[in-house]
Design a protein around this ligand. Structure first.
Ligand code: M6R
Length: 624
């Protein structure tokens, strides 16, 4: 979603801002812009569409400036146009604002400002902040900080702002209110970004802004203020400075590369928490960065683990599907009832958690507004909390004392693939960990599961080696308008995830159903034009799933299966089969989803879709 960057220092600001915006590109956006102070005057350059459009304008104009802010916008208020692109300026064009999040009372504020004579040029809520700041500055033109304090006192919502003023070319102001912003400190230069990866390109000395905090950034450092104006002091922390590399490494798309990285990321995540099959799962590994509250791992005492009588999982999208697999696995191994909620559905409802509940927030980015809001509710209700994220530097990591970090590296493609697999493996590890502590599974079974888990990356490698056969079968689906995915038990969430991947990548409408649910309504849509993709793995629900597939076949649907090698019943029911190596039913969701990811990729690529950045989507969904 939207991204904020800023720079001030000895170098030309525009190329630095552009390079930082590139780091944020993967979050999703539909326009971009910068505001720099050039020879004492504010110069705003913005363009709808990809960063390449902004780059062309910057190459033409070549602004000579050493201070500036930049933004990638994902439209919320107003369509993606040049006028709505950020930065937004005040009436006389002396100050510029970039903004992430939503100003909830913008309509009210806009009406007040309009009544005072302010003219709005865009449909955005952001422009309110620019005019309001201008209005507050009229009262004391030199005191920008006080004006910002009066502005934030009037604005409601969760947001982050970056501000430059031509009257103060030696500084950038930043505001963080229930969002994420990082300041990077270099040698006589400072950086601002909504995603620390964009800062870590340049420096490993960072300060993360806390909630409801204002930063006054100069080339000498940063001063921090609470919203009441009180100054706060905090030392910068050192983080790994490894440059953020955007490299497809020979793959046509990041998505394909990331699908192929799955065996590696599973091994990395497993090796962090699982030493051997003979030892208990160990979540007590080192804190990942000084100065941040979250530790890798789970710091619950044995008594606390035994006291948990319910688990609540909150997540969105693909992470929600991972949570559903987590439910099946935890209930199976630990006998603890697990609820899984779409995080946005927790809003405006009673979340029934207490001090005997463990609430787990799953979020690749750790920045999903709905998921953060849900975990905050759980914290307020006194629940134990745990986060599963790929971003130890995220907002989520600061909220939960327990954190399982998936070891995936950056996931550039908007569609989640490798992080889904790593979330799944985290749930398996967590379930075994809880089961071992509560004594709900035998040592022998725990060992078998851990051995099975360690073998999964090798099985996925075998699946990936079949890519060409999958590609041929996948292209037969490219003419479909509707596709139905079905699965039961552990693979019901796989059906949901398969459908989500296909629709977000190829824009073909797809729905996932519990296989047994088909005959309760969805079967009405079936005819010879509709492919039904069935996840069929030997185990407790095999026969029933096969019967549900046969019900579809009787309606002339085009029958497709994800089935294991040696399954002799499949050919008589299915028109084509994506074969996978044999795998235990309980572990199978980590394997069955991979042909579906590839299928979605091949169809989308064949149809010429923007595979890595599908239309309308954002990687990090930071608005509710
Ligand atoms: O960063 P998060 O895991 O919290 O993101 C949740 C969803 O927005 C995300 O999984 C989304 O559904 C992806 N586009 C799926 O590919």
């Amino acid at each position: 979603m939207c991204g904020i960057v800023g720079y001030l220092g000895p170098n030309q600001a525009a190329p630095v801002l552009l390079s930082k915006l590139r780091c944020l590109e993967y979050r999703g956006y539909d326009s971009a812009g910068v505001a720099v102070i050039e020879a004492g005057r504010l110069n705003v350059i913005k363009a709808v569409g990809k960063l390449a459009n902004l780059e062309t304008l910057l190459q033409k104009e070549r602004p000579m400036a050493t201070v500036g802010i930049g933004h990638t916008r994902w439209a919320t208020h107003g369509s993606p146009t040049d006028e709505n692109a950020h930065p937004h300026i005040n009436a006389n064009g002396t100050l510029a604002v970039v903004h992430n999040g939503i100003i909830e009372n913008y309509a009210e504020l806009k009406a007040e400002l309009t009544a005072r004579g302010y003219v709005f040029r865009s449909d955005t809520d952001t422009e309110v902040a620019a005019h309001l700041l201008s209005y507050e500055l009229e009262k004391a033109p030199t005191d920008v900080l006080r004006a910002i304090i009066r502005v934030v006192a009037q604005m409601r919502g969760a947001y982050a702002l970056g501000i430059v003023s031509q009257h103060h070319p030696d500084r950038i102001y930043a505001v963080n209110h229930h969002y994420s912003l990082t300041v990077g400190l270099g040698e006589k230069e400072s950086f601002l970004a909504s995603d620390s990866t964009a800062v870590r390109q340049f420096t490993n000395k960072i300060i993360r802004l806390e909630q409801s905090e204002i930063a006054e950034i100069t080339t000498d450092g940063v001063r921090l203020f609470a919203f009441d104006g009180n100054e706060r002091t905090r030392d910068p922390i050192s983080v790994e400075s490894n440059a953020y590399k955007i490299d497809k490494e020979g793959f046509k798309h990041f998505l394909l590369k990331e699908i192929h990285e799955q065996p590696l990321v599973l091994r990395q995540t497993l090796s962090k928490y699982l030493i051997s099959a003979d030892q208990p799962v160990n979540f007590n590994v080192e804190s990942f960065a000084p100065g941040l509250s979250a530790m890798y791992g789970v710091s619950l005492s044995d008594d606390q683990v035994r006291s948990i009588d319910r688990i609540q999982i909150v997540a969105c999208g693909t992470a929600y599907h991972a949570g559903l697999v987590g439910k099946y696995v935890i209930e199976e191994l630990c006998g603890i009832p697990v609820e899984v909620d779409i995080a946005s559905e927790v809003r405006g409802r009673k979340l029934l958690v207490n001090n005997r509940t463990l609430t787990i927030a799953v979020s690749q980015s750790g920045e999903t507004a709905d998921t953060l809001a849900a975990i905050n509710e759980a914290i307020e209700s006194g629940s134990f909390t745990l986060g599963i994220t790929n971003r130890p530097d995220s907002h989520l990591a600061t909220l939960t004392p327990n954190l399982i970090v998936t070891e995936c590296g950056i996931e550039v493609s908007v569609a989640a693939t490798k992080t889904y697999l790593a979330q799944l493996v985290s749930f398996y590890l967590l379930a075994i960990y809880l089961a071992e502590k509560r004594g709900s599974i035998s040592d022998q079974y725990a060992r078998e599961l851990k051995r099975g888990l360690s073998h999964v990356p090798a099985v996925i490698e075998q699946v990936l080696a079949r890519e060409e056969a999958y590609r041929r079968e996948s292209l037969k689906l490219a003419d479909a308008h509707d596709v139905v995915f079905i699965g039961r038990g552990f693979n019901y969430p796989t059906a949901l995830e398969g459908a989500l991947k296909l629709k977000e990548l190829s824009y073909i409408h797809a729905s996932g159903y519990a296989a047994g649910e088909l005959k309760h309504g969805p079967i009405a849509v079936l005819d010879s034009s509709v492919p039904v993709i069935t996840v069929l793995v030997p185990g407790r629900v095999y026969e029933k799933t096969l019967s549900n597939a046969q019900e579809s076949r009787a309606r002339n649907a085009r029958m497709v299966a994800i089935a294991v090698d040696g399954d002799e019943s499949a050919p008589s029911t299915f028109d084509y089969i994506f074969r996978i190596p044999p795998i235990d039913e309980i572990l199978s969701p980590m394997v069955t989803v991979v042909p579906m990811q590839l299928m979605s990729y091949f169809v989308a690529d064949f149809l010429g879709k923007d595979v890595d950045q599908p239309r309308n989507l954002a990687k990090s969904v930071t608005v509710e």
